[in-house]
Design a protein around this ligand. Structure first.
Ligand SMILES: [Zn+2]
Length: 202
């Protein structure tokens, strides 16, 4: 398997390091695999899952796993009054495999919001959200791997070793205070699309 540990943010491969707006990907036929995901690939040069590094174009089975992830979810961005031109831009979109994209779907951030959104400070928020989520997905992948290594298909479903590896609910609370001005608490629940966001000003 050509998985590699992601040590740099995927945005490094984007034009201008993903810190200037690139425009929205073309929707094409509306599919991530044969429509907007391909447009995103052309615009940003991504070919692998942003979280686990799986090459999503290597063969048919990988390509079937190809999804597009809004790093700052649209619902949350709307709650923060971030203009759509930022959160719908390619700089907020990464390719992800279905496995990683399905992990760690609930999280809470505390961030301080800028008075006015720019491509630069939106990219700062995106980098924080991406880096924190990537860490949590990494932990979740390690937990899944521990279960896989037990070869659960060769065991009885009541095997106590399997019960010892009950996977946690995908709920994480995070506090992030990286940006300046007007603190706000953002609660994010991602349960498919569209993402739901809640904003509570402190
Ligand atoms: Zn992945």
């Amino acid at each position: 398997m050509s998985r590699k540990k992601i040590e740099v943010l995927p945005f490094a491969s984007f034009p201008h390091g993903g810190r200037r707006l690139l425009g929205r990907p073309k929707m094409g036929n509306g599919s991530s695999r044969s429509g907007y995901g391909l447009s995103l690939r052309r615009m940003t040069h991504q070919t692998v899952c942003a979280y686990c590094g799986l090459d999503l174009f290597g063969d048919y089975h990988r390509w079937l796993l190809l999804q597009v992830d809004h790093v700052v979810p649209a619902g949350v961005a709307r709650g923060l009054e971030i203009p759509a031109k930022f959160y719908e831009d390619a700089i907020n979109l990464v390719l992800a495999c279905a496995g990683c994209n399905g992990f760690d779907n609930r999280y809470t951030y505390t961030v301080s919001l800028p008075r006015e959104w720019s491509a630069e400070n939106f990219a700062d928020l995106r980098d924080i959200v991406f880096a924190e989520r990537a860490k949590r997905i990494d932990i979740r992948r390690a937990q899944e791997l521990a279960v896989f290594e037990l070869a659960p298909w060769s065991r009885d479903v009541d095997d106590p070793q399997l019960s010892d590896h009950r996977l946690p609910e995908a709920t994480t609370v995070l506090d992030i205070t990286e940006l300046e001005n007007s603190p706000a608490r953002v609660e994010v629940e991602r349960s498919g699309h569209p993402a739901h966001g809640q904003l509570e000003h402190l």
